[in-house]
Every structure is written in structure tokens, then in C-alpha cells.
Write a protein that binds this ligand. Sequence first.
Ligand SMILES: [Zn+2]
Length: 298
Amino acid sequence: MTCYRGALEPLLPPTFALMKTPKIKPIIHFFCSFKNSMYKLNSSINSMIAVTLLCTLLSADDSPKLANQSRLLRPPEKLVVLTFDDSVVNHATIVAPLLKKFGFSATFFITEGFEFLTNKTNYMTWDQIKGLHAAGFEIGNHTRYHQGVNGQTTEQIEAGIIYIEEQCAKHQIPRPTSFCYPGYATSPLAVEVLRNRGYKFARAGGSTAFDPVKDDPLRMPQVFDSKPGVTFEQFTSAVAEAKDGKIAVLTFHGVPDRQHPWVNTEPAQFEKYLTYLKEQDCTVIAARDIAKYLPKSK
Ligand SMILES: [Zn+2]
């Protein structure tokens, strides 16, 4: 019997297919010869030992290369991230219960801007925010005053971020690792501050799907921004972008949002969106859950 690499492959682990470096060819030939002699002895046990030795040697030969490749999990098709901005009260009273009903996760980006401190009819209490965390949702940082970071100094950016981190600590909520830029504007200084403080994701604006290979996760684009004017077809087109390794990050504000009607989503429309995601068998996660799909360098 003649030994060929192709004849050996069914006996080897799946990782063998990744080992294409020229330096392993002499090793293969040596063990093929060895394996041929084993076949001549007509001993299946010895043959298995030879194959095992070959596998061990090949694995050791290419292990650094394989380790690097294994760091990047390719996102599955129809991977969707739901994000909710501005601490609106119905995130706790309407959105979270609906998400639970559908079995979806999400990130809630918390700010004390607008009338958060005085209008508790429209904005969540910290107890409600703590309840979202307790229910398994991610709490993200949307800064203290909801002011755009572009034009702010490093110290101002840090102050706005640290305040929300301290509020989270005070309410037994883990320190956020996801951030949302108020007004969507980014800045190099803000990216530096976020990176230094251990943030993994920062959602900006835009209308493109997030590509973990090409895009900076600290300038993560949204593919959909729910507003009164958008059509259901625009929503389904945005979700359809979640393919070929890209992730659809969707933005919502209040459901409904009476204080900021230009970013309003009616509850009936929101439920229609969730129903579609369910029908399409989408995987719906929080921003923090993207971590396993990032290349090692990010
Ligand atoms: Zn906002």
C-alpha cells in the first residue's frame, strides 16, 4: 500500500487541514514510510500508533499559528446586537419584559443627562437600572451629562465616564465595558480614554454593519437607528447585513420616547421588529457578547 497525505487525512484531527507549511513535508514523508512499513506488518495497532505520533509532531510544529487563528471566532449569520440609549423609563417597564419574552439580550446605555435627576416619570431610577443588570442585561456607559465628547478635553471626557462607573459601583452593577458616544460623535481623545479604562466596545452612529476584522470596536457603527420615519423594509434590510462575518448593531431610544419624539419607537412597532428577529432565527445579544468574535489584536 502506498501512503499519500490524502489517504492519511481522514485519520487525522480536523486541524490537520490547516497545516500547509512546506517544512512539515519531510516529516510527512518520513512517517508515511514508517506507516507503510507498519502496514506491511499488517498490524492495525502499530499503524494507529504511527498516526498518533504523526499528529502529535504536526500539532507541535504548527501550534503557534493555530493558536492565533483560534482567537478569532467568525460571527454566525444573523447576529444582532440590540442597544438602548438615554435611560428612558420604559426600558425597564416595556422593553426589558418584551426582550425576556423573546429570549433576547441587549445593552442599555445609561446617562444622567436630560431630566434624569428630576423627571422620574420619564427616566429610570438607579434601582430600575440595577434591575436590568439583575435580569441579565448589560449596563453600558453613556456619560454623566450626555455631552458630545468631540471638543472635550481628556479630563472632561474622563469625568463624564468615571461618574457613571461610580454610580454603577454604588448600585452593585459591574463596571461597564461598553460605551455609547452621546450624539454619536467620536474623538481620538475619547477613544484613548476608553481604551485606557478597559472599555471593549463603543457604539457610534452610522448606517453600516460592524465588521470585527476591519472596524475599530471603540468606534463601532450602528446599522439601524430606530426613528419614526424609518420603514419596516429599512429595518429588514439592516438586519440582512448581518452576514459574511459582519454584525448588525441596532439602536433604539425610548419605546416610546415622548421627550425626544425624533427618536421615538412606538411599542407596537418595536414588538413587530422583535417578532421579525425571532422569525428570522436571529441570535440577539448584548454588545459585550461580541468579544469572542474580535481578532486577538483588538
Ligand atoms: Zn444618547
